[in-house]
Design a protein around this ligand. Structure first.
Ligand code: TYM
Length: 333
């Protein structure tokens, strides 16, 4: 049976980009295979974060997972830090990924470029090692993510290739080779205030946060940067703002970009166009947000995470044993 795994890190407020590029799709896999969805809280420590903020963001993601339609009976939902095998496999895997390849990671280059050398932790540099451990622990085949994570998944594939070559046998691979899966529409949602930049959790200007109230969300959409042409069509190079709004509209209506462009053909008033995009976003997010509030108030995510940790540990510990044994660690059983 196909194994699907993905995670979101609780570094900041979740955005519409996280929702469209990843979160919204997780539930679609529930009836296709065995799904593991986790909160990458250890990864959140790779940049400075206040402990209380981290805890609150973590609760938020748990509630967002449930609000998005993930059913804990079908999907194993858990916290990365509550399954110790992640850190243990990380300690092994770090010996099979190399400094040169880690230093070429776009995310590391972007993030470290904004920091003083003295503040760049080893964890930020080694981020993709832990991510590779997350993936291989569950023998995952399919990793639904936004486009920005594909480079990390490629590195994970290199790790799998390397370890299989060294420790696999003719008949048995040690690790399962994963592949990234990005959605056709919305794999990279851009900022509303600067549509040449990715919408991201650490850039509050022009980003729609899932916790913003509907009025704020509508306001952000109505004031999204566009262009002077007053004609709605898809051309990401010359009309990045309009193209981004078209993408959001298409993704949330489950239609293609071409269909969305056709729908707005002849529309010469950006105000009308934006209003329809805002209506679509509201139709999708209003019930989702209401459900999120209920889950936070009831605290039902706590039991879900406890149960998820047990189920995830069972699977992860088996892989860990297999790897420990393969690399030559003496297991005393
Ligand atoms: P994170 O927390 O940065 O983002 C969570 C997911 O949201 C996607 N995403 C976007 N998609 C479209 N448009 C955007 N503007 C946008 N911004 C973010 C991301 O691609 C991601 O899928 N390293 C991961 C967390 C992680 C993980 C893993 C994921 C840790 N271990 C193992 C998969 C498998 C991350 O930081 O995602």
């Amino acid at each position: 049976m196909e194994r699907i795994l993905s995670g979101i890190k609780p570094t900041g407020q979740l955005t519409l980009g996280n929702y469209i590029g990843a979160l919204r799709h997780f539930k679609d896999f529930q009836d296709k295979g065995e799904v593991f969805i986790f909160i990458a809280d250890l990864h959140a420590l790779t940049l400075p974060i206040d402990p209380e903020v981290l805890r609150n963001n973590t609760r938020d993601i748990a509630a967002f997972y449930l609000a998005s339609g993930l059913d804990p009976k079908k999907t194993t939902i858990f916290l990365q830090s509550s399954v110790s095998a992640h850190a243990e496999l990380n300690a092994i895997a770090q010996n099979y990924l190399y400094m040169g390849e880690l230093s070429r990671m776009t995310q590391f280059k972007d993030k470290s470029a904004k920091m003083n050398d003295k503040e760049i932790g080893l964890g930020l540099f080694a981020y993709p090692v832990l991510m590779a451990a997350d993936i291989v622990l569950y023998d995952a085949d399919t990793i639904p993510v936004g486009e920005d994570q594909l480079q990390h998944i490629e590195l994970c594939r290199d790790l799998v290739h390397r370890m299989n070559h060294k420790y696999g046998t003719k008949d048995h691979d040690l690790l399962v080779m994963p592949k990234g899966s990005v959605s056709k529409v919305g794999k990279r949602i851009m900022s509303l205030s600067d549509p040449t930049k990715k919408m991201s959790k650490s850039d509050p200007k022009g980003d729609i946060f899932l916790k913003d109230d509907m009025k704020t969300i509508r306001k952000k959409i109505m004031s999204a940067v566009t262009d002077m042409e007053a004609n709605v069509y898809y051309d990401p190079e010359n009309k990045p703002g309009v193209s981004n709004l078209l993408t959001i509209y298409a993704a949330l209506n489950d239609i293609s970009i071409e269909e969305a462009a056709e729908h707005f053909k002849g529309c010469t008033r950006y105000g009308d166009f934006k209003k329809e995009v805002a209506d679509t976003v509201e139709r999708e997010l209003a019930p989702f947000k209401a459900r999120y509030e209920e889950i936070i108030a009831s605290g039902e995510y706590i039991e879900v995470l406890k149960d998820g940790a047990k189920r995830a540990s069972e699977v992860a510990n088996k892989t860990l044993k297999r790897v420990q044994n393969a690399v030559g660690l003496l297991t005393l059983e």
